[in-house]
Design a protein around this ligand. Structure first.
Ligand code: GL7
Length: 841
């Protein structure tokens, strides 16, 4: 339908177009207007929740105005766009970020203060948007920020889960999961009730030949679910560009409920249908680095992919271009294998709906997609059972079989007679039942495959995807080392540090070109600068200490060394190594004379992170940490020398308080298991040092900041396989210090040892797959080096300054520019500052 206003009436529109506020007075006017009209409240009935709502709505209005202009500008320019498909976007809070990105935080601060509120209290009202599990989801959020800040025409596509990642409560030392219902009030989304896509499931396929003898496949029957779009504006930093994140929400096709059933008296089942459809976008699967193969998850994936592709194709068709131009106009990036069905769906649209022939369609498809791999852990690689697929998406399964047939034929031509190779690379695993290997499908259907750190990208080429390198050649495989947005992870989380850096580098330019941080090197020995630097770290530690006190009741000394490990709880990330190290420290302190104790640097060991609800071992680790804390924290022999803290419900907004407060953070995964890690980058950028293994991005961080500025320990990735082999087939004797730790646990020192039997047993009796014992000695020794180094504060501070100065590489802006150049082949759409702000285009 033609919905644009005719030429003669457009002047009126232009005259009355919304003008985003820029002044304090206009901001206040907007806040008061929203309190009094949108919220129907008044100055006699305005608490912090209402003030938060009104301030957010004022900023939302502003963002959506820029959003509209950005979309018009991008449509008009008609250049190539990027679509970033991710099942997770771990956005955190939006208000603070919006205020900073549009450069109006001070305006808002003063405005709110005149209206009777402290801006910090208002910011704290916001519920995190927690539509992700961990690093993978947060990476997608950092990428959206960078794409907008760099003026790339780019959209994110995801699911609008009603429940994000669960809220974690610790009850008697155990993790308890509470649903995260976050949509009660969400001012940051715009429901688009006019953008609704029908998504089909189940049914069957009818094949026939048409008049001219062409094979036709029709997918018919089954059921339809409706996808409604919800748009979230993504403001760039210091630019009018405001991109879009479109999230899909599911609804039954029959509207409220099935009236036929209702009228025939079957009220309950008509509501049940509705409920079943809504279930699709109801909940985020809470597993990190684990695939469980649940049918509802496959339904989520297809629902999201089908709606997104329909939307993308519809937008392309409006341009009236030839199909062959599709990859010149559109790049689609697959964030892990979760959206791999998009490859099949686009092929289906092109051959079944648009009538292209196979080869023509397949060329378009492969030139459109890029695939990012985020893990080599076998338990995380997605596979779907063929019978399940057959039932849910019968036509897609046929297309997958055809893709596989053509692919295997090409392999056969290249490696004649190599049947083992064919079996190894087949998209269909010949198991019982047969399985669809999604990573292989993603590789075959994309023109580029990338890993997320150098070691990881090398590993995928030499292990899980080795055969594909032989088949497609090495150029199809590349590396884009992850990055983080310095806007949220420095400017927003650590405003004082950001201000200090700005004062020495000529303003906030470093937030747009993080390599400017290099200028700080010259202050690494500057007395006055170091003093300020140290004061800021101390203030951030005081802030965290207050938070710890208010949430756990434990008093920690801000002068102690803060040693932090916050991330999802996983055996491969080895929080168990950390807590065993803490127990070892406890034993050491207990055995010390008072004189010896005086020489030890006091330490606070801080843990945080969620365990997947079904991951028993991870939950056991949380339990052990809490029980160790309960004993150590009240032991008078220990006092301030050691405190053990578990912070409940680690999430993005808490990370903003925790990250700036570290002296040391732990990134101690078994070598070769953590694809990249991104919190390692955040901690160093905030002036903390790392104790870590030679894994993921730690290696590149070391290369950038220098090996004197990082505490590396442990076995190397290349030795892991041999060590595992010896554990299983040779002799496996545990590290003697670790044995002492286990003995203490077994003496019930931290509660009933039975509770921890599986954890110690996995190391003693079941092969120690994650090499905890092998790395224990090296870990303890390195922690001693940390103690020693921390005593020399002058050198320590210099190390942290040099590290920050050398972190420019890890901006997600660098990473997005690499994707744009190597994979997407897209250019930014430059926009003059201020051109969108109420001026004509
Ligand atoms: C992850 C990796 O585990 C993590 O190392 C990486 O930094 C992140 C982003 O690339 O992706 N892969 C994965 O499956 N999850 C991750 O966080 C859940």
């Amino acid at each position: 339908v033609e919905a644009s206003i005719p030429e003669p009436q457009r002047d009126a529109w232009k005259k009355f177009q919304a003008k985003p506020f820029v002044s304090k007075d206009d901001f206040e006017k907007e806040v008061v207007r929203h309190v009094e009209t949108t919220l129907a409240r008044s100055m006699f009935n305005c608490d912090e929740t209402a003030a938060y709502a009104a301030a957010s709505l004022a900023f939302r209005d502003r963002l959506i105005t820029e959003w509209n202009r950005t979309q018009q500008r991008q449509t008009f320019a008609d250049t190539k766009r990027v679509y970033y498909l991710s099942l997770e976007f771990l956005m955190g809070r939006a208000l603070d970020n919006a205020m900073l990105n549009v450069g109006l935080k001070n305006v808002a601060k003063e405005g709110l203060s005149e209206l009777g509120f402290r801006i910090e209290d208002i910011i704290n009202q916001e519920h995190d948007a927690a539509l992700g599990n961990g690093g993978l989801g947060r990476l997608a959020a950092c990428f959206l920020d960078s794409m907008a800040s760099l003026n790339f025409p780019a959209w994110g596509y995801g699911l609008r889960y009603k429940y994000g990642i669960f809220k974690q409560e610790i009850v008697d030392g155990y993790q308890v999961e509470v649903p995260d219902y976050w949509l009660d009030f969400n001012p940051w989304e715009f429901p688009r009730h006019d953008i609704v896509v029908d998504v089909q499931f189940y049914g069957g396929v009818r094949k026939y030949q048409d008049e001219v003898g062409k094979n036709v496949a029709v997918w018919e029957g089954g059921e339809i679910v409706k996808a409604t779009a919800y748009d979230v504006p993504i403001p760039g930093f210091d630019t009018p560009t405001t991109n879009n994140m479109r999230l899909w929400s599911s609804k039954a096709a029959s509207g409220e409920f099935d009236f036929q059933k209702f009228n025939s008296g079957d009220y309950e089942s008509s509501v049940a249908d509705q409920q079943r459809a809504e279930t699709i976008s109801a909940v985020l699967y809470p597993n990190d680095n684990l695939d469980r193969g649940k049918e509802l998850r496959l339904k989520q994936q297809y629902f999201w992919v089908a709606a997104s592709l329909y939307d993308i194709v519809r937008r392309f068709k409006k341009s009236k271009r030839a199909w062959s131009e599709f990859p010149d106009q559109i790049a689609i990036q697959l964030n892990d294998t979760h959206p791999t069905l998009a490859i099949v769906e686009l092929q289906r649209i092109l051959i079944d709906m648009e009538g292209l022939d196979w080869d023509e369609a397949w060329t378009i498809v492969t030139n459109t997609f890029g695939y990012t791999n985020h893990t080599v852990l076998p338990e995380a690689l997605e596979k779907w059972s063929v019978p399940l697929f057959q039932n849910l998406l019968p036509r897609h399964l046929q297309i997958i079989y055809d893709i596989n047939m053509f692919f295997l034929q090409s392999v056969e031509r290249k490696f004649p007679g190599d049947r083992d190779m064919l079996a190894r690379v087949s998209i269909i695993e010949e198991s019982q039942p047969k399985m669809v290997r999604m990573a292989f499908l993603a590789i075959v259907g994309s023109h580029k495959v990338n890993g997320v750190a150098e070691l990881h990208s090398d590993l995928i080429k030499t292990t899980i995807f080795k055969d594909f390198v032989k088949i497609f050649g090495p150029d199809k495989f590349t590396n884009v080392t992850n990055g983080i947005t310095p806007r949220r992870w420095l400017h927003q989380a650590n405003p004082r540090l950001s201000e200090l850096i700005a004062s020495k580098t000529g303003g906030l330019g470093f937030l747009k070109d993080l390599n400017v941080l290099n200028e700080l090197e010259k202050f690494a020995d500057d007395k006055a600068f170091k003093k300020e630097w140290a004061e800021i770290k101390y203030a951030n530690k005081v802030r965290l200490a207050k938070y710890i006190k208010s949430t756990t009741g434990v008093t920690v000394n801000p002068a102690a060394l803060f040693d932090i490990q916050v991330k999802r709880i996983h055996e491969y990330k080895r929080q168990q190594l950390n807590i065993f190290g803490v127990i070892h420290r406890y034993l050491t302190i207990k055995a010390m004379t008072p004189e010896q104790r005086k020489k030890l640097a006091p330490r606070v060991s801080i843990f945080g992170g969620k365990a997947a609800p079904g991951y028993w071992m991870a939950k056991t680790i949380i339990h052990l940490i809490n029980n160790v804390g309960a004993v150590v924290n009240k032991d008078p022999d220990v006092g301030d020398l050691l405190k053990v803290i578990f912070l409940e419900d680690y999430n993005v907004s808490k990370a903003e308080i925790i990250t700036p407060a570290s002296d040391v953070s732990e990134h101690i995964s078994t070598a070769g298991t953590e694809a990249s890690g991104t919190s390692n980058m955040k901690f160093v950028l905030n002036g903390g040092l790392i104790i870590g293994t030679c894994d993921g991005a730690n290696i590149e961080i070391t290369r950038e900041i220098g090996e004197n500025n990082i505490f590396l320990f442990g076995n190397l990735a290349e030795d892991v396989e041999d060590l595992r082999h010896t554990h299983n087939y040779g002799s496996h004797t545990l590290d003697p210090d670790l044995v002492k730790v286990f003995d203490l646990i077994k003496s019930n020192a931290f509660g009933d040892a039975g509770a921890f039997g599986a954890l110690t047993g996995s190391i003693e009796d079941h092969g120690d797959y994650y090499l905890v014992s092998d790395d224990f000695h090296s870990y303890i020794q390195t922690q001693t080096l940390v103690d020693e180094a921390y005593k020399n504060q002058e050198e320590w501070i210099t190390k942290t300054i040099l590290s920050v100065a050398r972190m420019g590489f890890f901006s997600s802006d660098r990473c997005i520019n690499e994707y744009a150049e190597m994979i997407w082949n897209v250019e930014p759409l430059p926009v003059e500052k201020g051109s969108g702000l109420g001026k004509e285009e």
